[in-house]
Design a binder for this molecule. Structure first.
Ligand SMILES: [Zn+2]
Length: 494
């Protein structure tokens, strides 16, 4: 075994022996297990759950997930205005913080108690209610905060949202609240402090499923074909100030986005550039290097936010585990993958949850190709673009005409887990892949117990320290949740 392969993850090395080709926990010579595994001698088995089901059926739900899948860590969607995450009907839903905002921690944001507090369940404080019940069962509780992909129906949120290069306020994905807006940072850091000080949580997971304006203008993400190339961000006063301070010419950046918008609109109208789609893209970048500078500004700003959240939590309670859910787009877009550098992230991460949702990945990859074939990959056929993506991203998955129904395989989960584990090797950061259990996505067929088992096994074969069953409990069919438990038993991990 080469030295680079010997790390603490070999603690749960999967043996080549055994009927299923999978085996026992095996501790490798000098390898050090992760702190989590050292403490528990078992992997983190987490599940994402909406506030709605917890508020209504907490004990029954905890019984169910413990019995079916050996879940030992809860990730309640604790703050969201999206009804799907809460596991509630959309009609009449508003959402927000399902625990109680303690306003002494929110001095640096304009959001009020009423803006934040979810009105759905009267006086219920979800974390206060859940944590002792979970602890009685030996379960940990993480506060799971995901940015909403549509602006919350609360007036004060409007001014926190990004501004596009035409000067218009945005209101939804792929834009979002601006990382450089001091009041958005104030809100996020207040939330971290509130959860860390007011509740006996074990950790915090945050996610922003976004990228910067350069890739958004291309629609370079799953479901990106409908993205408006004129809505690339962010040109708010704070971002402009920051750009100027870094020597980036704001007007040159704006000119670059203007050229990019024209290129993408022409591509969507099937008007091939004289020198081809790919050459034209590079020519725009060469003429407007500020486009890359702007992307970098956006990305570094998000990283600053993550590092600030990490430091805030640690300054209050060093034992808190702080980490990130990583948008599925790193599985499809080589551009976004370049941005999400797990090795660099270890400086502000106890754990990383790469979204490795296998069943819906086939359709999502198709959507990425369909969108970018109207610009940067426009010189290729669907299958050629897919072959390029598979090679660049290191997959061996189904061809174009079968990929939606086939989904991606357990081998995809294994490869992406291994890539993440290799990136964080030698650091304390651990990898907890997100496992697809009935993730709903347009055109995607049903998950199967066999598929779930393959994904869970793929994660541990890739060196994971745990798995996070996703997206949300209320989507999961009982037999598919049970399949996660079957895989853990087969692996000797439950
Ligand atoms: Zn901004």
């Amino acid at each position: 075994m080469p030295p680079s392969d010997i790390n603490r993850r070999e603690f749960i090395r999967v043996s080549a022996a055994g009927a299923a080709g999978l085996g026992l926990l095996a501790r490798a010579g000098a390898a050090e297990p992760s702190p989590a595994l050292r403490a528990t001698r078992k992997p983190m088995v987490g599940i994402q759950i909406g506030a709605g089901v917890l508020a209504q059926n907490q004990e029954r739900v905890l019984d169910d997930i413990q019995q079916r899948a050996g879940v030992n860590t809860l990730f309640p969607f604790i703050y969201s205005h999206i009804s799907t995450w809460a596991g509630m009907p959309a009609a009449g839903y508003r959402g927000g913080n399902f625990s109680v905002p303690h306003m002494q921690y929110y001095k640096d944001t304009l959001l009020t108690y009423e803006d934040m507090r979810a009105p759905e369940f009267g006086n219920l404080d979800l974390l206060a209610n859940l944590i002792p019940a979970a602890r009685r069962r030996g379960m940990k509780t993480f506060a799971w905060i995901i940015e909403d992909n549509v602006r919350p129906p609360v007036a004060h949120w409007e001014s926190l949202y990004e501004i596009d290069f035409h000067g218009r306020r945005t209101d939804r994905h792929p834009a979002g609240p601006c990382y450089n807006h001091p009041q958005y940072r104030g809100y996020l850091l207040g939330l971290v402090e509130d959860y860390a000080r007011s509740y006996d949580i074990d950790g915090i997971m945050w996610s922003s499923e976004r990228q910067g304006g350069l890739w958004n203008a291309l629609g370079a993400f799953h479901n990106g074909a409908g993205a408006d190339p004129g809505q690339a961000t962010c040109f708010c006063e704070f971002c402009q100030q920051k750009a100027k301070a870094q020597g980036i010419n704001v007007e040159r950046a704006r000119a670059g986005f203007t050229a990019l918008e024209a290129y993408v609109r022409a591509g969507r109208a099937q008007q091939r550039p004289r020198d081809g789609y790919h050459v034209e893209f590079w020519r725009i970048l060469l003429r407007h290097p500020e486009l890359l500078a702007w992307e970098n500004l956006w990305l570094r700003s998000r990283e600053e936010v993550q590092a600030a959240m990490f430091q805030k939590a640690k300054s209050i309670k060093p034992a808190l585990q702080v980490g990130w859910h990583i948008w599925h787009n790193v599985s499809f877009s080589p551009f976004h993958r370049a941005e999400e550098d797990y090795a660099a992230m270890t400086a502000w991460s106890d754990f990383i949850k790469p979204v490795l949702y296998s069943n819906c990945a086939g359709r999502r990859m198709q959507q990425f190709i369909e969108s970018t074939r109207e610009n940067v990959f426009g010189d290729l056929t669907n299958q050629q673009a897919l072959d390029f993506a598979y090679r660049a991203l290191n997959y061996e998955e189904a061809p174009w005409d079968r990929m939606t129904s086939a989904g991606f395989s357990g081998d995809y989960v294994r490869r992406e887990t291994r890539r993440a584990c290799d990136a964080v090797a030698g650091t304390p950061t651990v990898i907890w892949p997100g496992i697809d259990i009935d993730v709903q996505w347009e055109g995607v067929g049903p998950c199967t117990p066999e598929g779930v088992q393959r994904s869970v096994k793929g994660a541990f074969q890739g060196g994971a320290d745990g798995v996070l069953l996703s997206r949300t409990y209320s989507e999961m069919k009982p037999e598919n949740l049970s399949a996660a438990g079957t895989a853990l038993r087969d692996l000797g991990l439950m």
